[in-house]
Design a protein around this ligand. Sequence first.
Ligand SMILES: *[C@@H]1O[C@H](CO)[C@@H](O)[C@H](O)[C@H]1NC(C)=O
Ligand SMILES: *[C@@H]1O[C@H](CO)[C@@H](O)[C@H](O)[C@H]1NC(C)=O
Ligand SMILES: *[C@@H]1O[C@H](CO)[C@@H](O)[C@H](O)[C@H]1NC(C)=O
Ligand SMILES: *[C@@H]1O[C@H](CO)[C@@H](O)[C@H](O)[C@H]1NC(C)=O
Ligand SMILES: *[C@@H]1O[C@H](CO)[C@@H](O)[C@H](O)[C@H]1NC(C)=O
Length: 499
Amino acid sequence: MDSRTLFAILFSLSLTSAAVVPRNNDLTYDVQSGERAPIKGEAPVAVSLEFFAFPGYVQDLSTTDQCLKNLGDVTGSPTPVRIGGTTQDRATYDPTLTSAVDYTVASAGAAPATLRYGPSFFDLAGALEGPVTIGVNRRLNNINNSIAAAKEALQRVPTLYAFELGNEPDLYTKSDPIAGNQTWTPALDASIQISWQEQVVPALGLTDDKKEIIQGGPFLQPPKFSIQELAPKEVESGAIQYIKSWADHAYPQSACGGSKTNLETLQNHTAIVKFVETFRPEVDTAAGLGEGNIRPLIFGETNSATCGGGGISPTFGAALWLLDYTFQSVKLGYERLHFHQGTIGNSPYSWWGDNHVFAPYYGAYFAASAMGGMDSIVQLDDGQSELAVYAFYKDDQLSRGAIYNSVFFSNTTAGDRTYQNFTLTNLPSGTQEISLKRLTAPYTTSQQELGQAPTFGGQSFADDTCAVQGDEQTEHVEVQGGSATISVGASEAVLIYFK
Ligand SMILES: *[C@@H]1O[C@H](CO)[C@@H](O)[C@H](O)[C@H]1NC(C)=O
Ligand SMILES: *[C@@H]1O[C@H](CO)[C@@H](O)[C@H](O)[C@H]1NC(C)=O
Ligand SMILES: *[C@@H]1O[C@H](CO)[C@@H](O)[C@H](O)[C@H]1NC(C)=O
Ligand SMILES: *[C@@H]1O[C@H](CO)[C@@H](O)[C@H](O)[C@H]1NC(C)=O
Ligand SMILES: *[C@@H]1O[C@H](CO)[C@@H](O)[C@H](O)[C@H]1NC(C)=O
């Protein structure tokens, strides 16, 4: 292809995209339009801590307590925590172990191939403020050991929410002890998963009203291995009586084996809408099991890219992805999302580390601030552009809103940041002014640990303590004739407070 042809193609492409996304015209959104979806959980923004790393997160880091507390404060209820992951299925409970966990790793930053944990592991879990979900081992086929662990957890974790029996069984193979040399299939998993529930729960000596204690699944990226396959069998067998909730795991991208990740795709609003939509059959299944059989469906483990994250994961763009992805998932019907935190110091998608707070945490804080105390969410945009607009209701009153401009603005984008005007119409009568807090950073590629801390309402989180720092800056926009115009830059979001 000669350069003139290439130029002609690029020129026509640029015309097309300019026509699809009008950047300089006002876009109007009737804030009282659209279909409201319930916000089902009290705390939709939740955390998952990798099993072996959990004691380190709570014992060694100066940030964990306060980072969890910040989220709980804006939510109005404490942050749920799930403790699990790949290393849960490598772990053996040792009632004589005096430390919380014991393992060695092949090299710094690696995850252990095998580990032991003791009773004090559960004391640490019991000290967390929010509800705790604990994963025990199924892969190694040592059911008595998992029962012993679960019994101890019941004694020591007053805030226990549920147990998971195994992690991502989709990844089990014929050679895992649980498979007993049989080809591992969704049907085999379901029959073993149910059989384990039928042995584990009765062994715990729970009263009838406490027997719903298992989080079924948890599957990585359905539909192969899914709640769609498992749940009807739980109902048929009667083991549904032990089910507290269902969990899926979800990662839009992979960083495994050095796979390339893409930030522009990650933060793209249309791509986020499409990705979440693929989980609709899971939601429909969970909602359609019949009276007495409806259980919450959650993302029990999720984040931007598998295998701890990739180059995209510690960026401000991942914060923007996170807030939009959370709103979409809640709107679809997921009760909460546990964002996974991996090996300390070797997990680019983690929200905080030793003396660090990372950019994605700002997205979590934004999403929690938007939804805290609210009971429904409405998407006001059509999901077909790079621009997202949401409204949040409490007690039938329009209370908050959020705008996300997902247009990519990186440190290599030519030219200045573009700004888009959003005009909100049909504001509740008597509204004279709306206030807002802006979530921004120099670029979507900005990382706090590289000296470009994001700000939310002018404030940031201190690296050593996770405390909010700086003066809060609230912007005020005048309402005229029931409308207000808000300008949001490429790769920025704003949280709106309607009075
Ligand atoms: C956005 O709206 C403001 C106030 O209405 C106006 O001054 C500004 O020119 C608009 N910007 C764009 C890019 O249209
Ligand atoms: C597991 O515990 C049960 C009940 O105490 C016992 O009958 C069984 O032999 C144990 N299994 C193993 C493999 O230890
Ligand atoms: C599984 O198959 C291997 C090789 O065919 C055999 O050595 C092993 O004993 C089998 N294990 C079980 C649990 O049947
Ligand atoms: C955003 O994602 C949609 C859906 O995958 C795609 O059609 C569109 O081209 C993407 N936009 C950009 C700017 O990458
Ligand atoms: C852009 O930001 C990334 C960090 O996300 C950094 O690695 C890279 O060096 C920056 N590039 C430029 C041109 O500043």
